[in-house]
Design a protein around this ligand. Sequence first.
Ligand code: NDP
Length: 294
Amino acid sequence: MTAKLIDGKEFAQRVRDGVAADVEALKTKHGIAPGLAVVIVGEDPASQVYVRNKVRQTGEVGMNSFHFEMGADVDQATLIGKVEELNADPAVNGILVQLPLPKHIDEAAVIEAIDPAKDVDGFHVINSGLLATGGNGLVPCTPLGCKLMLEDTLGDTSGKKAIVVGRSNIVGKPMAQLLLDMNCTITIAHSRTKDLAAEVASADIVVAAVGRAEMVQGAWIKPGATVIDVGINRVPAPEKGEGKTRLVGDVEFETAKERAGAITPVPGGVGPMTIACLLKNTVTATCNQHGISL
Ligand code: NDP
């Protein structure tokens, strides 16, 4: 059996089209132009690429984009001062501080300084608490993208067994919470899990968010399961030439696709959905701030 490929690029385009329509409605019906502010500290090349993509896509859906660069040596008080300035700016509906931050800055303190109503990354403790208690908060973008892809692929997921491999605050834990809200029965696996192969083999839905190249083996996948691979790992690709690399996920794709019912590729799966969901969250934040439902 060869799995259906879940095309994250195509789905992300559909999400962005929906966001663009919402932005147009906010402008024409309510006179509101949503604005997203992105703050980047230092010159980490990967972060620079993410931020460039975010700024470009924000413009493409018709939102205002505000972009602030700070040197790697900026002090925490100055960074938090910038966040507070953006909290108070009515033209800014969403604030994202690109992580990771330099070591001398306490990331948690910076995240806590963001107004939860503008926290479009969904990392603020108020938003994590709302997610855990079934409230109406802002949900972290990557797990939100995985949820949308699962709903689109499977429809009703009630009663399905789901495993999330990884328990980080930004992917694993919120993903498990979302799957619970989708009425799945959840296992959360991590580095101390005893028999990962057996845990994965019993799951109808597998979400892998580990950060280890192809560690979830294809042979573990239950036939017909839906596999969402969040991992992004760069590995050597000597077949492309000396010193060349390629991206792989946390799942052994070639063997997994022969057993799964549906699977996301890497690249082109979860990755493109993350920015699309950031834009979607900015619309949600704008509507909430103005008491509008579209
Ligand atoms: P973290 O490093 O924060 O968390 C990794 C998790 O994997 C931890 O909970 C860890 O367990 C668990 N783990 C490590 N080794 C094993 C093992 N042998 N067996 C089972 N579990 C294990 O990573 P993130 O959640 O931030 O990211 C995970 C991956 O997703 C990365 O590849 C990252 O690049 C990617 N990512 C992709 C995004 C996208 O847009 N597509 C966005 C965000 C992340 P423990 O807690 O016990 O240490």
